[in-house]
Design a protein around this ligand. Structure first.
Ligand code: MG
Length: 250
């Protein structure tokens, strides 16, 4: 009986050894993915130019095509010399289109004549989905609270560095935005995330927002479910100008 069991065990082991398949030898081609081919687009001729798949939101001419005031009427800001400038007291301008995930390019200029200090100097802002502000401010030799200066996610994240140019010079933001996903209870399942390059310099590295960017209050307290939203530019009473605005939906 013992001999029989031993024989069976030996036969089983031999069978297992022979049954084991030699792993297939990997070749370079096994990890190459060819299809579908990556979509071909035409990049802009110069850095900052809109690529072929971008939606041009403002090319320096007609602001009425893509923008309204807060009530859906004609924007109150002035278009001249290829840019659009805040007119104090006319309120925000906002895109007619609503967006979720996107890459945004926008150029801005604070007044060359320096007036005011801290938050009162060249203040405006780019609001993502209408409620999350990337601060626009003249912080060239102008101290303010660090989480409220140019390139900050207002009162949530200070910029990694101060990359401001002088007042009167054109500056750029390249913003990559991932919209939030909401849980059934109205909180964030996945919070909004933002990356910002200021004049080509990384100042926000995929930060997770805590909630809307509030002037007064705790962001977490004002989280409410929302869908796609406009890009909104702020009238903070200072004549800040914008040009070359384009967006790529992601
Ligand atoms: Mg602002």
């Amino acid at each position: 009986m013992k001999t029989n069991l031993l024989l069976i065990a030996v036969l089983f082991c031999s069978f297992t050894v022979f049954a084991q398949k030699e792993p297939e030898k990997m070749t370079p081609g096994m990890t190459e993915i060819w299809d579908p081919e990556v979509k071909v687009i035409q990049p802009g001729e110069n850095i900052g130019d809109a690529p072929s798949d971008a939606i041009v939101l403002f090319d320096g001419t007609n602001i009425d095509n893509e923008w309204t005031n807060s009530e859906g009427g004609k924007p109150g800001w002035i278009v001249a010399d290829g840019c659009v400038t805040v007119v104090k007291g006319t309120g925000v301008i906002k895109t007619k289109r609503a967006f979720e995930n996107f890459q945004l390019h926008i150029e801005w200029r604070t007044p060359s004549e320096v007036v005011g200090k801290s938050q009162g100097r060249g203040n405006s802002g780019v609001f993502l989905q209408e409620i999350y502000e990337v601060q626009v401010l003249d912080n060239y030799n102008n101290r303010t609270y660090r989480n409220g200066q140019a390139g900050s996610i207002y009162k949530q994240y200070a910029p990694l560095v101060n990359a401001c140019k002088k007042p009167g010079e054109w500056q750029s933001y390249d913003i990559i935005y991932t919209a939030p996903v909401f849980a059934n209870d109205g909180t964030y399942a996945y919070p909004p995330r933002v990356t910002v390059l200021h004049n080509g310099v990384l100042v926000q590295n995929n930060v997770s927002l805590r909630g809307p960017t509030e002037y007064i209050g705790i962001p977490e307290y004002s989280v409410k479910p929302h869908g796609a939203g406009s890009i909104v530019l702020q009238d903070h009473g200072n004549p800040v100008s914008y040009k070359n605005i384009w967006v790529r939906e992601l």
